[in-house]
Design a protein around this ligand. Structure first.
Ligand code: ZN
Length: 265
């Protein structure tokens, strides 16, 4: 491109004008040709689709999006519409979370949602953070309009070194670009390496995560008095979100909400 621009500058004026008019046309023709040779593919199964950065009709039909009515605290959907705003689930009443509200795009279950999350996390398909983050920005709109700061749930430094990138941070960057709320991946640290939570009970998970997060030294003023939205890919028991929220509230966060891509209900 730089060589093309230099060549363009060395042309006489009338030719430069003509070339600068032709260049955008050539560029859009090139994009059209690319779309014909490589039509937009489904984010999940790679079948060709009508629109870029989306799912094909078959994958789309397998995603159970989470919509109202849901529990205002936990974000878990209700089986039927009880026609009452601000309703809480029995779980939220019996066992209130540390965070204020949680919102998610879809149910975490076998099929496209689990595959997309897995690919983002382990296959280094970092480009998935853009469409998934855009869906999260829409699902979490009511949290984001009141937010001062986005905080991705951090990985322990050993896990970050092994995996090379934190999917929660990548999602937070996309959401931040969409809604304009700054994201800060450095305010919160995971100070305790937590073994896999798979197969543990709710209380075992909570115990496992006790003291796992700490606000980084000197970062408390960035959190004090702020409405924080924690960002993660998946929420299962809520133990991680609760432990991270507790660390943020301890240094004076005004509120902590949680926004995830998928919620295991
Ligand atoms: Zn598909």
């Amino acid at each position: 491109m730089a060589a093309a621009r230099t060549a363009l500058r060395s042309l006489p004026d009338f030719l430069q004008t003509a070339a600068s008019r032709v260049m955008p046309v050539l560029r859009s023709l090139a994009h059209a040709a690319i779309d014909t040779v490589f039509p937009p593919a489904c984010l999940n199964c790679r079948q060709s689709t009508g629109a870029a950065h989306s799912l094909c009709a078959s994958c789309w039909a397998q995603v159970r999006f989470i919509e109202r009515p849901f529990c205002e605290r936990l974000g878990t959907p209700f089986a039927m519409d009880l026609g009452n705003d601000g309703l809480l689930s029995p779980e939220a009443v019996a066992n209130p979370p540390v965070y204020n509200r949680a919102r998610a795009v879809a149910h975490f279950e076998d099929g496209p949602v689990r595959q997309l999350v897995h690919r983002l996390k382990y296959n280094d398909r970092m480009e998935l953070a853009k469409p998934l983050g855009a869906w999260m920005a829409r699902a979490g709109n009511e949290l984001l309009v009141e937010a001062d700061l986005l905080v991705p749930v951090p990985l322990h430094r050993r896990r970050l070194a092994a995996r090379r990138f934190n999917q929660a941070h990548a999602l937070a960057q996309t959401i931040s670009a969409q809604c304009g709320v700054p994201a800060d991946p450095f305010v919160l640290a995971r100070v305790k390496p937590t073994p896999s939570q798979v197969g543990l009970s709710r209380s075992q998970r909570a115990l496992n995560l006790q003291g796992a997060f700490r606000v980084t030294d000197g970062m408390a003023p960035r959190i004090e008095g702020r409405a924080v939205v924690l960002i993660d890919d998946v929420m299962t028991s809520g133990a991680t979100a609760n432990a991270a929220s507790r660390a943020l509230l301890r240094v004076g966060a005004k509120s902590v909400d949680v926004l995830v891509f998928a919620l295991a209900v």
